[in-house]
Write a protein that binds this ligand. Structure first.
Ligand code: VGL
Ligand code: ZN
Length: 199
């Protein structure tokens, strides 16, 4: 627990994976433009001694999340396939905490709070163990996993800042990302650009 008024920060890098980038199975338009600002953010957090968490959408081959099995999405980010790997340009600190999400065959698992690390620990427990009270969030996709992660964090009473130049959306319906950002702001999250970060 911090005893000053500024809660300890952590960076959450959401789903910067090949399948969400151009050429991938569920490509977010210009998804790869988040890579460079997230590299700068991750370096800044590491330099400040602050934790970095990176999530991967990590689906079993058969899940109700996929169109062939009644879901919304084309098959993407199947466990241990190239599409599920991080974008090759993403540079994460060596001690980045890796979370796997979307593993459950019955659930979409959009939120990072539905993810687990390789020991099965959930993000809420990691945040508590690290004494973190403020999440800075970027990655893919604004209107699904970023949105769900931000709203869960706010429900849990965490301060949230979305790195606005380091998110990109699917926009299945035009305007989905703008609507998601409006919800994110209405939930009390702030936004800033990576270059404006003060840690
Ligand atoms: C996501 C759609 C399906 C995301 C994951 O990472 O935002 N979107 N699965
Ligand atoms: Zn998915």
């Amino acid at each position: 627990m911090n005893h000053n008024s500024t809660p300890k920060a952590a960076l959450i890098v959401v789903d910067v994976q090949n399948d969400f980038c151009p050429g991938g199975a569920l490509a977010v338009p210009d998804g790869d433009r988040v890579v460079e600002p997230l590299n700068r953010a991750a370096a800044a957090f590491a330099a400040a001694g602050l934790p970095v968490v990176a999530t991967r959408d990590w689906h079993p081959p058969h899940t109700g999340h996929f169109q062939p099995f009644g879901g919304l999405w084309p098959v993407h980010c199947v466990q241990n396939t190239p599409g599920a790997e991080f974008h090759p340009g993403l540079r994460l600190p060596a001690d980045t905490i890796l979370l796997f999400k979307g593993i459950d065959e019955q659930l979409d698992g959009y939120s990072a709070f539905d993810g687990v690390d390789d020991a099965g620990t959930v993000l809420a427990d990691l945040v508590r163990q690290l004494g973190v009270g403020h999440l800075y969030i970027g990655g893919l996709a604004t209107d699904y996993c970023v949105r769900a992660t931000v709203l869960d964090a706010r429900l849990r009473g965490l301060a949230v800042t979305v790195l606005i130049d380091a998110v990109a959306g699917v926009d299945l319906q035009p305007g989905d990302s703008e609507r998601a950002l409006a919800e994110i702001r209405a939930a009390g999250a702030q936004t800033c650009r990576v270059e404006e970060l003060t840690l």
